[in-house]
Design a protein. Structure first.
Length: 579
């Protein structure tokens, strides 16, 4: 059974599944080179068909995540709103808060918006590929988020508690679900009026950062503050903007009567003279405290302590850290790169369940062992790219390339590594990464100034060998972290060995904990580095210039190499320098 899952919207993405196993996932931005591109992922769909040598007519089902027009960057600019958001604003103005804070109105508005929204673009592209309309279904946004988490854990003996949390999708911002006796049950929902995610996006915008994109910068900035400096900001947020609903503790409650641009005026009223880092710190503390309490409430009410999370707000690794240390949670799994791009995967999982029921087949999903799900380019394609740039580069083939990279890193050099299949998602996991020595402090300035060109306060991440995890991370609940999904407090040794891959101020680390079977070549690089230095990890940041997508093709890698201050690039077994 062959299924295509599509997320059309912010960071548009396509995913392909065969018989319950995810085979390929590609975001449109990697192909058209426009970061977080929003729309229908036409190039990604075509690339998936080409990669897997399948005809569109072979697809049994296409599931498109989202029933109405998704929120995009344009919704944050000036007075522009989508049909749905504009309709919601009018409805909110003429409706008392006591009514609109509840959910009764959401489904009727979604139905109207669904009728107004024109699906013809989606249908036309797919029909032109030879796919009939009866093979296309639409799935609501938060169900797609929830279904992402099933890849590794459907069919386990214990029940599952599944939580989704984002800005807004199909009228809602959060859901509480469970799987009990093999049945998926939605317990409660929080509508968009009460969205914690939208509030945090407006905080991002108020700081002159890019909403729906730079929320991670707010999180990074917040860590520089002190508890006593942010408490008054946090208390104001909690008193006048957002709290857990006291009448239903599985929902958030908007206290401000503000949505969209109105938040910016409210911030001026309360925070105009507050220092920017303390403002970020207060907002971050609000997010952490509310998420922690919300999850605890769901655990207590359901009696289920195995918690699975998805949705863009769970990209906040500091909030996830708070969850990972909570004694009430026995098992925690946050889906990797769980913002909207992952909904293409959730759509596949849902579609497979539909087909299994239709064909009287047991629904069982293959485990997702790694995220190397994107394109891979042949030696011939690499050679063509090298020839194209030969007037600007020198290159040579090195047989023991992994040992060579380790030697360069041990010497304090910075190496861009391009190898194998591209990673899915927002985090570089070694195959499209810039690597550096994790304790030589001078590399931070070089990477920031000459290559990444990013904000000075932002930390870098680290890849750590699995067998060295206990040496570096404080992880009492043994949370599995192969995808940079959580932050952790660190040991004294980590602060010596891995200081470049940690937050400069609070000394937490957002690691990729690497096992050999997940990426043998990358593992060999770090193992060789360990032999030379005694350090069981490296600094790992994404291979891109700030504001651009992670590189995809060999030509992308060479282009970034030429335009940046990088001195060393490895593509496959080719070592490349500039002339």
């Amino acid at each position: 059974m062959k299924i295509l899952g599509i997320h059309r919207g912010h960071t548009a993405t396509a995913a392909y599944m065969e018989d319950g196993k995810i085979i390929s996932v590609i975001s449109e931005e990697r192909l058209n080179r426009i970061k977080e591109w929003q729309g229908f992922p036409e190039m990604a769909v075509k690339k998936i068909f080409k990669m897997n040598a399948i005809s569109p007519k072979e697809i049994d089902l296409i599931v498109i995540g989202g029933k109405i027009k998704p929120t995009t960057h344009s919704d944050y600019i000036g007075k522009k709103f989508s049909v749905y958001m504009g309709g919601f604003n009018i409805f909110r103005i003429i409706t008392p808060k006591i009514i609109i804070k509840n959910n009764w109105w959401v489904e009727p508005i979604i139905k109207v918006a669904d009728l107004i929204r024109n699906k013809s673009v989606d249908y036309k592209f797919l029909e032109n590929l030879g796919i009939s309309r009866d093979k296309i279904i639409f799935l609501d946004h938060h169900t797609a988020h929830a279904y992402t988490t099933l890849l590794n854990f459907w069919g386990q003996k214990n029940n599952m508690l599944i939580l989704t949390l984002d800005g807004v999708g199909d009228g809602y911002s959060a859901t509480v679900n469970k799987i009990e006796n093999g049945k998926f049950i939605t317990i409660d929902k929080t509508n968009l009026y009460n969205s914690l995610g939208l509030l945090y996006s407006r905080v991002t915008q108020y700081l002159n950062l890019k909403p729906l994109s730079h929320e991670y910068k707010v999180m990074g900035l917040a860590a520089y503050t002190k508890e006593e400096d942010v408490n008054s900001v946090f208390e104001r947020f909690n008193k006048d903007f957002m709290r857990i609903d006291p009448k239903n503790n599985l929902r958030m409650e908007n206290l401000s009567k503000a949505v969209n641009h109105e938040y910016l005026k409210k911030f001026d009223k309360y925070f105009k003279n507050v220092r920017f880092d303390n403002f970020a710190g207060g907002a971050q503390k609000l997010v952490e405290e509310l998420i922690l309490q919300w999850v605890k409430n769901a655990v207590k009410q359901t009696g289920i302590n195995e918690v699975f999370c998805s949705g863009g707000v769970f990209m906040n690794v500091k909030a996830n850290m708070r969850l990972s240390y909570a004694p009430e949670i026995k098992k925690l799994f946050v889906f990797p790169s769980c913002a909207d791009e992952s909904n293409a995967i959730g759509a596949c999982n849902y579609g497979y369940k539909i087909l299994c029921e239709k064909n009287d087949k047991e629904f069982s999903l293959a485990k997702l062992n790694n995220l190397y799900l994107g394109p891979e380019y042949s030696g011939r394609e690499i050679k063509i790219a090298l020839e194209k740039y030969k007037s600007k580069i020198n290159f040579k083939n090195i047989e023991k390339i992994n040992e060579f990279i380790a030697s360069k890193l041990a010497e304090g050099e910075i190496v861009a590594r391009y190898s194998g299949r591209m990673e899915f998602g927002a985090r570089a996991l070694g195959n499209r990464s810039i690597l550096a020595h994790p304790s030589k402090r001078e590399v931070i300035r070089i990477i920031n100034d000459a290559i990444k060109q990013r904000d000075f306060w932002m930390p870098f991440a680290a890849t750590i060998l699995k067998e060295r995890e206990k040496d570096y991370l404080i992880n009492p609940h043994k949370v599995i972290s192969p995808f940079m999904t959580y932050s952790f407090h660190t040991t004294d040794l980590a602060r010596k060995d891995l200081i470049n891959g940690m937050h400069n101020y609070d000394l937490t680390c957002r690691p990729q904990v690497l096992e050999k079977q997940d990426n043998p070549d990358y593992y060999e690089v770090i193992k060789n580095f360990e032999k030379k230095t005694g350090i069981g990890g490296v600094l790992n940041t994404s291979f891109n210039i700030h504001g651009e997508p992670i590189v995809c093709t060999p030509e992308d890698a060479l282009d970034v190499f030429i335009r940046s201050g990088l001195k060393h690039l490895v593509i496959g077994k080719y070592y490349i320098t500039k002339k």
